[in-house]
Ligand binder design. Structure first.
Ligand SMILES: Nc1ncnc2c1ncn2[C@@H]1O[C@H](COP(=O)(O)OP(=O)(O)O)[C@@H](O)[C@H]1O
Ligand SMILES: [Mg+2]
Length: 511
């Protein structure tokens, strides 16, 4: 077989789910030894298409060829036998098993021993894992249990698991969504290394920068259809973005000069201890004015979440005061803070943001139950709920199967997130705290949400933005403070700081 031949070819693949055409007559070929990306918005059909290649779903129509042979893939075992491996968006590891056990699960090497039962040969397995770790730069401690290691290590385990099964075609479904910027760099390096050793990589993502950095070719999907296959070197991120969203997307935000008003939030000497009594926020002071976006930049885990949680009332500070519009709220309840004008878009949206068993409509109105026009004389007004939900769904482009009546649990993560942002902004609070407001969203949705944040600022709201995305901080903030190891360093107007400088503070190189 010549080197240009497709190692995988999918022809005319169509897949329907109830009410959704997830893949609509898609034909695409992937060459041996390339990094091939699938780009598309949330819900475009990327995971479905690759799950078909991995034997998890059967397509309604279409054919698949692997190494020139027509195949029928009705289980992942059949895909694995063809040396196809996949790292899913949500890892499939057993948390109380060790790394070694997880890797060999299902294909344990067996040692013939004297007894009646064959024994699992952990030694041989460990040796093979060590060799793979070394040759691909995937460091793990094989004896650790999955619940003892971080997400990035768990991902390395998933990769080792594929390699242990001799995978030649490796599918990664949004692998960077859960990683910090440094971990992303590391993973992209690993992928390059895999390609250089002859593996074929399929990368699903909605991040244009990643594709620009490592992919050779890229297929763009939009609402179930294949829009185009591009050579990455010959295209721009702008062109990819436009094709992905289906309209001209703007990367730069139209930011008016700020008009600052009175101080809305004042934090003084805030200190927060974690459960182990370790100080994770150390004597932090800052204030946010109306009409100002104050961004806390920093690498994940440096105390920024705890600052937000303390202001919102989710954790109790051990020292310091928090004032909202001049009133001390340090020991007020969460509900009192909301009523005094605080909105919070937390990081853990599933846990604090939405009630998944409620409909979208009920979630959008959840914080308004107590107030007219939603309730009066103890009665909830269903029509008002519906109209209110419909207006937010339209304005924030929240996509769901059955509009306001959709069960929130069935919605994609990105659309759940848009729902929380919509609800919190609609409360018309004087202080808006956003933690990673655009995390995991595609470019069209990011544009929408960032524009809404700027609009709130222009209306005179105080915005506290906590983001790991340096680009987001630089394009939105009026004032930036960098958090490092629990301390807030170098608070300064955004236009006096360069991206490089902020990055250096984030790494602790400066300051
Ligand atoms: N198991 C499923 N049951 C019903 N609908 C599904 C299922 N999986 C995906 N879908 C729907 O199919 C469409 C494509 O989803 P998906 O392939 O997950 O998109 P992407 O990975 O590009 O975000 C979406 O509308 C999604 O809601
Ligand atoms: Mg997906």
């Amino acid at each position: 077989m010549n080197d240009d031949a497709y190692i995988v070819e999918m022809r005319h693949i169509t897949k329907r789910f109830p009410g959704v055409l997830a893949n609509d007559d898609i034909s695409v070929g992937i060459k041996r030894g390339e990094i091939f990306a699938f780009l598309g918005e949330n819900g475009a059909g990327k995971s479905t298409l690759m799950s078909i290649l991995f034997g998890m779903y059967e397509s309604d129509e279409g054919e698949i060829f692997v190494r020139g042979q027509k195949v029928s893939l009705s289980s992942s075992n059949e895909a694995a036998a063809l040396n196809i491996g996949m790292v899913h968006q949500h890892f499939k590891l057993v948390s109380n098993y060790t790394i070694t056990e997880n890797i060999i699960l299902g294909i344990e090497p067996v040692k013939k021993s004297f007894g009646l039962f064959p024994a699992v040969d952990i030694k041989t397995a460990s040796r093979k894992i060590k060799e793979l770790s070394r040759s691909y730069g995937l460091e793990v401690d094989p004896a650790m249990r999955i619940d003892q290691v971080n997400v990035s290590t768990q991902q390395r385990v998933e990769i080792l698991k594929m390699l242990y099964r001799d995978a030649e075609i490796l599918i990664f479904d949004e692998p960077t969504a859960v990683l910090t910027p440094q971990e992303i760099e590391f993973l992209l390096g690993i992928m390059r290394g895999l390609r250089d050793k002859g593996k074929t990589i399929i990368l699903i993502t909605h991040k244009l920068e990643e594709i620009k950095q490592i992919a050779d070719r890229c297929a763009i999907l939009r609402r179930g259809k294949l829009v185009k296959v591009l050579n990455v070197a010959d295209t721009s991120t702008q062109e990819m973005a436009n094709l992905m969203v289906g309209r001209d997307v703007s990367f730069t935000r139209n930011k008016k000069p700020p008009r600052f008003r009175d101080r809305v939030l004042e934090v003084e000497g805030l200190t927060v201890r974690n459960e182990g009594h370790f100080e994770v926020v150390k004597d932090v002071s800052f204030s946010v004015r109306g009409g100002e976006i104050f961004a806390i930049a920093g690498v994940s885990g440096n105390g920024q979440i705890e600052i937000a949680d303390a202001i919102a009332g989710l954790v109790k500070p051990s020292r310091g005061t928090i004032r909202l519009k001049g009133k001390d709220i340090t020991s007020r309840s969460i509900r009192e803070r909301i009523e005094r004008g605080l909105s919070y878009i937390p990081e853990d949206r599933q846990k604090y943001g939405l009630i998944l068993d409620f409909t979208l409509q009920d979630n959008l109105a959840i914080k308004r139950y107590y107030f007219p026009p939603f309730s009066g004389g103890g009665v909830l007004n269903d029509e008002r709920f519906k109209d209110f939900a419909d207006s937010l769904i339209l304005r924030y482009d929240i996509r769901s199967g059955q509009a306001g009546k959709t069960s929130t649990r069935s919605m994609s993560g990105g659309n759940q997130q848009k729902a929380i942002v919509a609800r919190e902004i609609s409360l018309d609070s004087d202080l808006l705290i956003f933690v990673q407001p655009t995390r995991g969203l595609d470019i069209g949705a990011i544009e929408n949400i960032q524009t809404q944040i700027l609009e709130e600022r222009d209306k005179g709201k105080a915005v506290l933005l906590i983001s790991l995305e340096l680009d987001e901080v630089m394009s939105l903030a009026d004032t930036i403070g960098v958090i490092y190891n629990g301390r807030l360093l170098n608070i300064a107007p955004a236009d006096t700081l360069s991206t490089k400088e902020v990055g250096a503070y984030m790494m602790g190189v400066k300051g």
